[in-house]
Write a protein that binds this ligand. Structure first.
Ligand code: COA
Length: 195
């Protein structure tokens, strides 16, 4: 009986559709909570964060997955110079633990890659698990001569050419090149009411 209930619950979870849309400024708080839950408080110290500090994501390349009005997934892409080649760095990619294994991560990845290609970008790099990312075409090819601004595991540095040859000859440090993030406006304090 318990197993039957578990199966029904799983089916219900899988049956609820989700949507992928451009990230909105109103997503930010929920997105930060999701990233804290997925990567922990230490996420700001990760090497790839050095490519995002103080930068805005690439134009039109930040996406949210939403299910029943709740933000359950996120992915963003950022401008970088990858050893002399213009590229995007992808990350973080995260899906709420309650919504995993439903294809959401894959849908976010395919959407982000397609949008980046449609916008004329030549290549995407990322730091992640090759067994997951190879299904989207990422590999360690042409990554040997590239480095990140901090410690990283070489076999996790992966790339995907959206345009043939976009990463040919890439050698050196991957550095951020995106626009500065807009400065957050301080919250406005309510004026005291006149007596
Ligand atoms: C990785 C993550 C985004 C995948 O999201 P998801 O919605 O569950 O992914 P999908 O449903 O599209 O794909 C599930 C498949 O990916 C596989 N998978 C998930 N994480 C994997 C990993 N780290 N390595 C290899 N395979 C992985 C699953 O086993 C499953 O395989 P199957 O299709 O053969 O059954 C999600 O697990 C997550 O947010 N994890 C925490 C944050 C994180 O690690 N982000 C990636 C940074 S490298």
């Amino acid at each position: 009986m318990t197993n039957a209930i578990a199966t029904l619950t799983a089916l219900n979870v899988a049956a609820v559709p989700f949507a992928i849309r451009a990230e909105k400024s109103s997503d930010i708080a929920a997105r930060e909570r999701l990233l804290d839950a997925c990567f922990g408080e230490g996420r700001h110290a990760r090497t790839c964060q050095r490519l995002r500090d103080g930068r805005a994501p690439a134009e039109g390349l930040a996406f949210s997955a939403v299910r029943q009005g709740r933000l359950v997934g996120t992915v963003r892409l950022w401008h970088v110079d990858a050893g002399g080649r213009a590229a995007l760095v992808l990350g973080p990619l995260a899906v709420a633990s309650s919504c995993r294994e439903l294809g959401l991560g894959g849908a976010l990845m395919r959407h982000a890659i397609a949008e980046a290609a449609a916008r004329g970008h030549g290549a995407i790099v990322l730091l992640g698990d090759e067994p997951y990312y190879r299904r989207f075409g990422f590999s360690s090819a042409k990554m040997d001569a590239l480095a990140l601004p901090g410690p990283f595991e070489r076999d996790r540095l992966l790339g995907l050419e959206l345009r043939d040859g976009a990463l040919d000859g890439a050698a050196g440090l991957i550095v951020a090149t995106g626009a500065a993030a807009p400065v957050a406006k301080p919250a406005r304090r309510a004026l005291p009411r006149a007596a």
